[in-house]
Write a protein that binds this ligand. Sequence first.
Ligand code: COA
Length: 261
Amino acid sequence: MNNFSNIRLEENNKEAIITIDRPKFLNALNQKTLEEIDSVFDVLSENNTLRGVVITGGGDKAFVAGADINEFLNVDRDNAKQICENGHKVFSKIENFKVPVIAAVNGYALGGGSELALACHMRLATKNAKFSQPEVNLGIIPGYGGTQRLAQLIGKGKALELMCTAEMISADEALNLGLVNYVSENKNDMLSKASEIIKTISRKAPKAIENVIKSLNAKYDESKDGYKTEIELFSECCATKDFVEGTKAFLEKRCPDFKGE
Ligand code: COA
């Protein structure tokens, strides 16, 4: 039994759903919630049958309406750095998680909430979802990786426009920009879509999925050469039993039975 107070974790063998659950504050990320998100990924990393994770918001109104503004009054130049670094550490853990993490955005994804979604590998949204980086309204900038990840996803010009105007965009606009992968009618449909994606992924070789994530992330890591990383990780896959199984299954015209070995 996990002792979380601001998030909920449901696990059903291959899929885990994390719900950020502070609906009274529109699921705003205070430091405790960030700590719990950090811990829950440590818990999930021990689960070897896991094939996908979904992060969503509790209640109907918000995914996450940003960092918790109540905590801002105590922020100064000195502790701001520590707060940002901590957020970066947690979101980077999500981005580098071994199985795909899907943000299921119901309602507002603002500031740190949008950045949380950006750190996930894919984003689904309900029709009523709204995205914004409104930090400039408070005299600050996105501090949990948003300036980098938003530009990676939608390009520099549009990312700058959204961050400088603090404009709030709809799910359909986010879809057009490539910020979200799919828009669903309601939360149930969105969670079904997320499960469907995870089911599809769970039929593939786990090492191949893990290495796709690692290789793609290397593109955005200045300390790595993405092409060299791809060669390394491709070779690593070729040393697995699942590679032999996948190849044999194709030649024998049957479905592969991947064991994650
Ligand atoms: N931090 C802390 N509390 C927050 C919050 C945040 N980021 N966002 C919303 N809340 C709280 C509100 O203070 C309010 O609390 P109250 O009921 O005790 O007054 C409650 O959540 C509901 O929000 P409310 O503003 O009444 O709802 P609304 O429907 O009128 O507006 C938003 C919704 C999301 C547009 C508005 O809450 C908002 O702009 N939030 C701040 C977004 C933001 O700037 N985030 C980035 C921070 S860097």
